[in-house]
Ligand binder design. Structure first.
Ligand code: ZN
Ligand code: ZN
Length: 311
């Protein structure tokens, strides 16, 4: 079976080479993306009660947090127009006549902030450091914050005290996490995944800042981690992600020590050593994580460039 598979793979690759060998990496990336993003867990849409007026809504790989209060609904993350439209429909059915009183953005990335206008929130909040980015987005695509806030802060939403945890210098310009102590629950958009790799090397992050954020989160007392992407889990999502980041960076730095920094001598060999040795150091511990086969290489490359450049 294996021989047959590898023979058919070679034939496919040869067939592609007739079209043009330069297409092969493009096809490979497209197949990797397909198997990473399309899984049984990311199919369909899921409205889930987390108890005491807390809910989550999952559409494809994305998950919003929803808080029901007497004065209206709080939504954290709108993601995109399609998802926000479905969520609005659910909210109108479950909470007739209740407005979305507040939309909160954890950070400015467009994959989290499109489609807010569909929810018709009375107020939109984001961190002040993200203002510059929001000012550059089109009004059609992104509903602009009506209020910018700063630092860690606590807001009362109905029966819940929600702590906005200030994660600086990690992912994006600025990142908020949302901690509800009495529920022992942390909603950590783009902070950690549960035994899954971030897509394509984890765009827009600083390794040291992000590990600091993960340490900060790990010090909180919680046993439910609600993830903005893929599955949710418990605190091990945070500590596991932190270990994966640290183990990858450590292996890359060990490679730098053994093979030096890249120079005009033996560049290809240098890359093969750094990437191959790092992958070898991670395979056993993380090989069964979702997306390892598809996304470990981009992550190692991103960690290598970060280690070389100092971020
Ligand atoms: Zn992001
Ligand atoms: Zn995200």
């Amino acid at each position: 079976m294996k021989a047959y598979l590898s023979k058919s793979l070679v034939i496919s690759l040869l067939a592609l080479c007739i079209v043009g060998c330069s297409s092969v990496p493009v096809y490979m990336i497209s197949w990797q993306a397909e198997s990473y993003f399309v899984t049984p867990d990311t199919e369909g849409k899921k409205w889930e009660s987390l108890g005491n007026g807390l809910y989550s809504y999952q559409h494809w790989i994305d998950r919003s947090l929803i808080i029901d209060t007497p004065e209206g609904i709080v939504v954290i993350e709108s993601f995109n127009e399609e998802m926000a439209g479905e969520l609005k429909q659910i909210l109108d059915e479950k909470f007739p006549g209740k407005p979305v009183k507040l939309l909160v953005y954890s950070h400015q990335h467009l994959d989290h902030t499109r489609g807010g206008h569909v929810l018709k929130p009375l107020e939109v909040i984001a961190h002040k450091n993200t203002r510059w980015h929001f000012n550059h987005y089109s009004d059609d695509e992104v509903l602009k914050p009506t209020r910018y806030i700063d630092g860690s802060t606590t807001m009362i939403f109905g029966q819940h005290r929600v702590e906005f945890i200030d994660f600086e210098h990690g992912h994006a310009e600025h990142l908020y996490g949302f901690y509800i102590a009495e529920e022992k629950l942390l909603y950590g958009p783009d902070l950690a995944f549960c035994e899954a790799l971030f897509p394509f090397g984890f765009p827009d992050f600083n390794h040291y800042g992000h590990v600091e954020a993960l340490d900060q989160a790990a010090n909180l007392d919680f046993d439910r981690f609600i993830s903005s992407h893929f599955n949710s889990g418990d605190k091990s999502c945070v500590t596991g992600t932190r270990d994966f980041f640290n183990d990858t960076r450590e292996a890359v730095l060990n490679g730098f020590e053994e093979h030096g920094l890249p120079s005009d001598n033996g560049t290809a060999k240098w890359f093969r050593s750094i990437i191959g040795d790092t992958k070898g150091a991670l395979d056993d511990k993380y090989g069964d994580w979702h997306g390892y086969d598809e996304m470990s290489l981009p992550f190692i490359l991103r960690q290598a460039s970060g280690a070389y450049l100092g971020f």
